[in-house]
Design a protein around this ligand. Sequence first.
Ligand code: GLU
Length: 289
Amino acid sequence: MSQGQSQPVWRFAPSPNGYLHLGHAYSALRNFDGARRTGGLFLLRIEDIDPGRSRPEFEAAIYQDLDWLGISWETPVRRQSEHLGEYALAVDRLRNRGVVYPCFCTRGEIAEAVAGQADWPRDPDGAPLYPGTCKRMSRATREAHLMAGRHAAMRLDMADACARLEQTLGWREFGEGDECRDVRAEPQVWGDVVIARRDTPTSYHLAVVIDDALQGVTDIARGMDLFHATSVHRLLQALLDLPAPDYRHHRLILDAGGQKLSKSRGSPALRDLRAGGATPDDIRRMVGL
Ligand code: GLU
């Protein structure tokens, strides 16, 4: 927990783009149990910045499934889609600091720019690092694009942002247990990340950092698949003068084939398990709690 704050605040922050599965149950229970153990608050946050993928029925199912699991949360629930103006202000602050630039490239154009270069560096999620096309664009061309009404994403100038840091960045990592280790942040492995998308004035990275700060979140248990993203989150926190929560990146719940659970691979949803007769205690056992 950050210094100076008396009550721990934990949170579970699902995206309503599918039904919750065992992996979500493990994250939610780790945060809920953590809050209970530490006398803290448990918040639920709906990460619905993606209008194309978020659906009201998935959001309604999140409430039902968590309630069934015996999880209760503080209200009102924060829904990111209702706070886009707050994220836009944060983008303005970064722009005023001179660490972001507009990018007009489509995904296809980026793929084309790096095509044929087999050893082109990739980020921890496997996407090619941004080749910097729009960073090198002349001011006149950039202004002509903007005047013509072309929508731009906003990218962080990673080298510049890192050069502004006054100290090495890191975070307190507790993993599965209670033992703390200091992890050094390495945001540069992501290159010039998008912090505001073309279709919405934010990105996962920015929204999560703003919300965790605004909601006073002190403790975050989430899947190991977000471990590397924490480096970007720490960088944004430093640039925006926001406090650093403690992180607990937990093991991923895998299917019988050793693959991460996902809707696209047909992993059973919690509601399917429930319909098949599983109880909340069975779910706890299935995720190893
Ligand atoms: N919304 C993210 C997801 O569903 C989780 C964000 C987080 O815990 O930081 O994967």
